[in-house]
Write a protein that binds this ligand. Structure first.
Ligand SMILES: Cc1cc2nc3c(=O)[nH]c(=O)nc-3n(C[C@H](O)[C@H](O)[C@H](O)COP(=O)(O)O)c2cc1C
Length: 167
């Protein structure tokens, strides 16, 4: 066995789960950020967790509003996902800038992209500082699906976004 860095390890675990996290901007619009640091945490109650860098606008807004929708983006979103990872909602309206078609979600103030395979509507329960990230532990209020859409994964660590051969 050869020793390596955590970045090398993320390449070896590819494809990695990829989510596009939807949170609410101060003006009511939706902010979108690709996040791979995400996991199921509990079946009952259904809980998930995701970790954002400390400066991430997504993390700041989820902690301020207590609300988030964690989505798995559909295939047509590949380029858009990369674009959303290259700017911050702190000073950019990514939805407008990237001309992303959005749809409402019943019971939530946060919109999601139309091309979405899975949406987990969630409420923040706890945030925990973890090294250079903040882990957001959330209870899922509702799972929504459109399995006709192919989901995206992150390859090469987090460098490339495309569907997997299956799923
Ligand atoms: C494929 C991919 C995966 C990413 N995963 C994460 C992640 O797990 N955690 C994180 O903090 N940033 C991650 N990023 C970077 C954020 O998406 C990026 O910092 C973004 O600008 C944050 O936007 P925000 O400030 O609007 O929240 C990822 C980027 C890409 C392209």
């Amino acid at each position: 066995m050869k020793e390596m860095t955590i970045m090398d390890a993320t390449v070896l675990t590819s494809p990695n789960p990829l989510t596009l996290i939807c949170s609410q901007n101060e003006d009511g619009t939706t902010n979108l950020a690709p996040i791979c640091f995400v996991s199921y945490l509990s079946f009952n109650p259904p809980m998930i967790g995701f970790a954002c860098g400390k400066q991430s606008h997504t993390g700041i807004r989820v902690r301020e509003t207590g609300k988030v929708i964690v989505t798995v983006p559909g295939e047509s979103m590949a380029q858009t996902v990369i674009a959303c990872g290259g700017s911050t909602g702190a000073n950019t309206n990514k939805v407008a800038e990237n001309h992303i078609e959005m749809v409402p979600v019943a019971g939530s103030d946060i919109q999601i992209p139309e091309d979405t395979r899975l949406a987990m509507v969630a409420t923040l329960e706890q945030s925990v500082e973890v090294g250079d990230h903040i882990l957001h532990i959330c209870k899922v209020d509702k799972f929504l699906r459109d399995e006709s859409r192919r989901g995206l994964y992150a390859w090469n660590g987090f460098g490339k976004v495309s569907p997997a051969a299956e799923g």
